[in-house]
Design a protein around this ligand. Structure first.
Ligand code: ARG
Length: 276
């Protein structure tokens, strides 16, 4: 009997030790996992959902299941500066636009051009990137300006400034304009010979050529036809976040983080004076 009791005590001791060990390990694991979500002061950072269309390299694209790109690095740095954690939600271009209106996303970042028309529906941050439209054509094409597009078919991404530029050239409901949900689909359609050209943001056109050297595609500039555009973060209208984020954008540009991210993705030093 005595022996028996003794054995049980030892057993209990062992169980207690194991339980203590498990609790200890769990606490260590919890601390390690929580590290990312916690600021230096130990507080949880509030997570903001950023809607995007990750088919727009080098600004946002999918790599091994992750949204990556210049916009991702920049927006993450800006949100962190403002005290938030960025969570990207790759929902596609048109859903992204809706999600901001419906407050399903806190903001959208996707190489989005600040336009007067969009300002009627959305708030925008200060500009963070200068862009313009370019024409992508097959290498052997003799299209050398917007004028040469007159009797041609062009591909654009729907509801973008590229689509707007095409409407200016051909008229709003022209059947020469072929609208695609994503930029890569428009370019594929040109490679298959279904459209003669694609109108798209310059850095994206250049990145496509860089990544697809065998595609036999070239860019055509038309400085007379295409103005400068400026990218901004897009918010629901009358949002108190906009001002906070603007402050953080200013800091991230001034403290050199912007230049670092720009160099990583574009291999050169940015001219930030174009943003003023
Ligand atoms: N800058 C253009 C616009 O605002 C095109 C942006 C497209 N972005 C994207 N992630 N697909 O209309």
């Amino acid at each position: 009997m005595n022996k028996y009791t003794n054995k049980t005590d030892k057993g209990m001791e062992a169980v207690k030790k194991i339980v203590a060990l498990i609790i200890g390990i769990s606490l260590i694991l919890l601390a390690a996992c929580g590290g990312e979500d916690t600021s230096s002061s130990g507080e949880e950072l509030k997570e903001l959902t950023i809607a995007t269309d990750a088919a727009f390299a080098p600004f946002e694209f999918m790599n091994k299941g992750e949204v990556t790109g210049f916009d991702v690095d920049f927006a993450t740095a800006v949100l962190e500066e403002a005290g938030y954690q960025a969570s990207f939600d790759n929902v596609g271009w048109e859903t992204m636009l809706q999600n901001v209106v419906n407050h399903k996303a806190d903001l959208a970042v996707a190489g989005i051009t600040i336009t007067d028309e969009r300002k009627e529906t959305y708030d925008f941050s200060d500009p963070y990137f200068e862009s313009t439209q370019l024409i992508l054509v097959p290498e052997d094409s003799n299209i050398s300006s917007v004028k040469d597009l007159e009797d041609k078919n062009v591909g654009v991404q729907i509801s973008t400034t590229g689509a707007e530029a095409a409407e200016k050239i051909f008229g709003t409901n022209s059947d020469q304009i072929h609208q695609f949900d994503q930029v890569p689909l428009a370019i594929m359609s040109m490679e298959q010979g279904d459209v003669d050209a694609v109108i798209v943001d310059n850095a994206v056109a250049q990145e496509y050529i860089k990544n697809n050297p065998d595609a036999k595609i070239k860019t055509v500039e038309d400085k007379e036809a295409f103005d400068s555009e400026y990218y901004g973060f897009m918010f629901p209208k009358d949002n108190e976040l906009t001002e906070e984020i603007n402050q953080a954008i200013e800091t991230v540009i001034e403290n050199g983080t912007y230049a670092e991210i720009y160099e990583k993705w574009f291999g050169q030093t940015p001219d930030t004076s174009v943003l003023n």
